[in-house]
Write a protein that binds this ligand. Sequence first.
Ligand code: TYM
Length: 333
Amino acid sequence: PARIFSGMQPTSDSLHLGNYLGALTQWVALQDGNEAIYCVVDLHALTVGPDPAVLRERTRRTAAQYLAAGVDPERSTLFVQSHVAEHAELAWILSCHTGFGEASRMTQFKDKSAKQGAEGTTVGLFTYPVLMAADILLYDTAKVPVGEDQRQHLELTRDLAQRLNSRFGAGTFVVPEPHIVKETAKIYDLQDPTAKMSKSAGSPNGLIELLDNPKTIAKRIRSAVTDAGREIRFDPEHKAGVSNLLTIFSALSGRGIAELEADFDGKGYGDLKVALADLVVEWVTPFQARVHEYLDDPAALDAVLAAGAEKAREIAAPTLDRVYERSGLLARR
Ligand code: TYM
């Protein structure tokens, strides 16, 4: 069995359809036959300066959405990043091996710091990818299921693993592979199908939040931007909007794109949007009910997270010991 690790930031009340299709569905699938570890990365969320009470609430909400999507705490380890101190400790070690220029080239940092302005940019935002590398390397992770936007961070993680292996000896770290599923690696904004769906997008109408009112969700899908043509065909270059809708349809229904094209042959964009809106609402309604069940019992949810942190620590602690020892830190007695 391969070790799998991934995480999401609790920076919003709801995950969106891009998080779900790009990452969460892969997480659920990879539980079979692998040893999966899934994390709510609350330390990463601190980089956006959240209100403390809101962060706590969103951390539970994010965990509840993992569970409602099918992350099974009997088979996988589910925990909160700040509950395992080794993440922050390994991040320090890795930061001492990361070039300043190397970190400066991370495009997400450039985008986010441009948005927050020079004043709002913090050292935490700058070293964010190093903490992410620590998350992954602590668990001797083989595969990291993420969306396309995390590819560069995974490259940095691999570079750091290889660098420390050559400085401190083979076997210091496992060099992880990204697990990026081409079809759903980038779900696009419904109003601007050239931009990725994101919580910080221009218009809220381009975003499908999993915990939003199903009526709002349906309306946003029905008003998705398409093109001046008529034909329902998968052609991302010329028909970005329609292709994005077909991608979402295919991923949620498990039906192939060609089959959907055949089904909608001779029908109009309106038919596609109505059918997709129905499909999403049909899926999201029981999903929301499950999320609320988990949130209605925070003590039980916290117990799942505490048990997960315990299991995670058992793997993380020996990795950190190994790296401390190889780094020349005097052993703790
Ligand atoms: P985050 O919280 O921004 O996003 C969570 C996951 O959702 C994927 N994703 C998308 N996939 C397809 N289409 C989209 N429009 C879309 N938008 C987001 C992301 O690629 C991600 O997989 N840095 C990470 C969190 C992190 C992490 C880690 C991930 C911290 N440590 C260790 C993996 C391993 C992030 O910001 O994800």
